[in-house]
Design a protein around this ligand. Structure first.
Ligand code: NAD
Length: 466
């Protein structure tokens, strides 16, 4: 083929693909499944739906939630495949697990516990009531899990939700919202309890942040988003970035610590904001830890030039190159000219504490290792690496004093001891799950009660039967 013609066809194809990517997922309002062309219409529709929701008895609210759970469980695999295809990030098998986790371990209405006081002056109860319509801004790293998780918790508390999807995950985010809305309608609930827009844009998010019918904002994403949401003047739950350190001391079960660290750091290719982002290990056990990590499909980069190549690939102008977020370890290795026969899950390397691989939240299956002389220095550096995000930290140790001291100093919302990081969100650890971990605003692992207002109801001089 003529060279010029070939170039012309290539550029036309690129333009068509670009146009397709910027196209809306639907081209007109779809009220049955909650997808709108304009944010104002989505908000108005959810406003009406919320008024219908609160007319239903709690038993019916529970049936809607059961229907959402069943749908999300049934569609977990399809949604996982769609997400990986659309975003190019993460691992299908891990995303299936995360979708199922959100479907099964997100608390429902049982989370709304009434408080009471009774005495000479009667009976007072504190009830958890809805805010109304919540604006939920969702990330690209857990798009479907966040919709399932926030959807259940927010509806359980009696709210309707307008979602602003991440542009790079819009197709999948819109799809899960459509599926869940159908499940709600099938169970006899109102249309548009969950709504969204077909074409996410910053201007549309701004409408959400300033609309008078939005009573709460829940922002799940990086610091830029959380700060933007906090400046909205509305009640805001901010779930921001982390940079979780995993600290290993000389008393730990090193074989198990190695297995746990690899499992946590490579889970969904390091996309969860809770994943181990750097290991800080006491020198006397560092070699044995690395030796054991290699048993679990971990590749160590030892050569300085190769490390330089990796840095140039994944860090640009002091920031992470988003093209490599959530990519497979094998894919990243290939890009720096390394091919391995083994199906590598994680890439590790030894670096100094100040290295950008330690300081940046990578969200890639790449794990820098920093040696320290003792646990005291380890605690000090791990606290610095977390940057005051108050998000997640992990420690492997059998010494209660060490664990206590680290817990006190690190002040994170989640502190996992002697397990993979994901135990902190209910995978192999006790407690409910969430995909909105609110460190900056302090709600912690959000659930229905985080999306409810506390209202006091006082009956004077009656119904106290003590
Ligand atoms: P991101 O901040 O790029 O995007 C999150 C959402 O905010 C998207 O919908 C995006 O379109 C929107 N957004 C971002 N900046 C905006 C702006 N200026 N105006 C309007 N909308 C804006 O985050 P991401 O890449 O999708 O997710 C990764 C980040 O989120 C990581 O830092 C991770 O730690 C964090 N995260 C935190 C939690 C948590 O629970 N704390 C959960 C998931 C992700």
């Amino acid at each position: 083929m003529n060279e010029n013609l070939h170039i012309h066809i290539e550029s036309l194809t690129a333009k068509v693909l670009e146009n397709l990517a910027s196209k809306s997922v639907v081209d007109k309002n779809d009220e049955r499944t909650g997808v709108f062309m304009d944010m104002n219409d989505a908000i108005e529709a959810s406003y009406v739906a919320q008024k219908e929701l609160v007319k239903l008895p709690m038993e019916e609210r529970n049936s809607l939630i059961e229907s959402i759970r069943a749908c999300a469980n049934q569609q977990a695999e399809e949604l996982a495949k769609m997400t990986v295809e659309e975003t190019g990030m993460g691992r299908v098998e891990d995303k299936i697990l995360k979708n199922k986790l959100a479907a099964e371990k997100t608390p429902g209405t049982e989370d709304l516990r009434t408080e009471s006081f009774s005495g000479d002056n009667g009976l007072t109860v504190v009830e958890l009531s809805p805010f109304g319509v919540i604006g939920s801004i969702t990330p690209t790293t857990n798009p479907t899990e966040t919709v399932i998780n926030n959807g259940i918790g927010m509806i359980a508390a009696g709210n309707a939700v307008v979602f602003s999807p991440h542009p790079s995950a819009k197709k999948t985010t819109v799809k899960v919202i459509q599926m869940l809305n159908e499940a709600i309608v099938e169970a006899g609930g109102p249309r548009n309890l969950l709504t969204t827009i077909a074409q996410p844009k910053v201007e549309q998010t701004n409408i959400l942040l300033s609309h008078e019918k939005i009573q709460m904002i829940v922002a799940t994403g990086g610091p830029g988003l959380v700060n933007l949401a906090l400046s909205s003047g509305k009640k805001t739950i901010g779930a921001g970035a982390g940079n979780p350190p995993a600290l290993v001391d000389e008393t730990a079960n090193i074989e198990k610590a190695a297995e746990d660290i690899v499992a946590g750091a490579s889970f969904d290719n390091n996309l969860p904001c809770t994943s181990e982002e750097e290991v800080i290990v006491v020198d006397s056990v560092a070699d044995y830890l690395k030796f054991n990590m290699k048993k679990y499909r971990t590749y160590e980069i030892e050569d300085k030039n190769t490390l330089k190549k990796l840095e140039e690939l994944i860090i640009q102008d002091g920031r992470i190159n988003k093209a490599y977020v959530g990519r497979d370890a094998g894919y990243i290795l290939e890009k720096i000219g390394i091919s391995t026969e083994q199906d590598v899950r994680l890439i590790m390397m030894e670096v100094d504490f100040n290295h950008p691989l330690v300081q940046l939240e990578l969200m890639m299956p790449i794990l820098p290792i920093v040696r320290v002389k003792d646990v005291k220095q380890g605690i000090e550096l791990a606290v610095k690496a977390e940057h005051g995000n108050r998000h997640t930290a992990i420690m492997h140790s059998k010494n209660v004093d060490h664990l206590t001291e680290f817990g006190r100093k690190i002040q994170t919302t989640i502190f996992v001891k002697n397990g993979p990081s994901y135990c902190g969100i209910g995978i192999g650890g006790e407690g409910h799950t969430t995909f909105t971990i609110a460190g900056p605003t302090g709600e912690g692992l959000t659930s229905a009660k985080s999306f409810a207002r506390r209202r006091r109801c006082v009956l004077v001089d009656g119904l106290s039967i003590r």
